[in-house]
Design a protein around this ligand. Structure first.
Ligand SMILES: C[S@@+](CC[C@H](N)C(=O)[O-])C[C@H]1O[C@@H](n2cnc3c(N)ncnc32)[C@H](O)[C@@H]1O
Length: 156
């Protein structure tokens, strides 16, 4: 299964760049992994809902080529690392060809987007910056694949 991770928002933070340099080759050792970075939408005289709507349209356009849309959102379902690994394994076993996982921008997702997603995953009850979530998700994807391949990285 190809995994695409779509991120929305600017990021020139060195710890994010370092995490990308560290985890992307490790992840690509296990799977076809596409990392898509989109700039936040600029809308004239923008209110938050208009920005969310423009970003939802962008996400839905990206999702046209995939067969499973998954959102990261603090209001979603909390998963352990083993449960995340199990979800990836389940998608692979269900012959999902291409899953698109999305980290929202500074304002989060438009309310209409939630019903279009197959899963909504929370990484914590805390709200993190979109930059920090990139680091967490890259590490958790890597951890998930080491779990699926019984490689000694995850210990519980
Ligand atoms: C700064 S947060 C969005 C802001 C927040 N929704 C709000 O109402 O202000 C940016 C993105 O990071 C991701 N995110 C932040 N905290 C998260 C968490 N605990 N679990 C999963 N995703 C999270 C989500 O994709 C979110 O859209």
């Amino acid at each position: 299964m190809k995994i695409s991770l779509l991120t929305i928002g600017k990021s020139n933070i060195s710890y994010v760049n370092e995490a990308e340099t560290y985890y992307l080759p490790r992840l690509r050792h296990y799977t076809r992994f596409e990392y898509l970075k989109q700039e936040p939408k600029k809308v004239a005289n923008a209110d938050i809902t208009s920005v969310q709507k423009a970003e939802m349209e962008l996400i839905l356009r990206e999702s046209e080529g995939s067969d499973c849309l998954i959102l990261f959102d603090e209001r979603g379902k909390l998963l352990s690392s083993r449960e995340l690994a199990a979800l990836i394994g389940q998608l692979q076993n269900n012959s999902v060809r291409h899953s698109l996982w999305v980290i929202g921008g500074a304002y989060g997702f438009h309310s209409d987007l939630y019903s279009k997603a197959k899963k909504i995953i929370s990484l914590s009850k805390l709200t993190f910056s979109h930059q920090l979530v990139r680091v967490i998700v890259l590490e958790q994807f890597y951890r998930a694949f080491t779990i699926l391949h019984n490689h000694p990285y995850h210990h519980d």
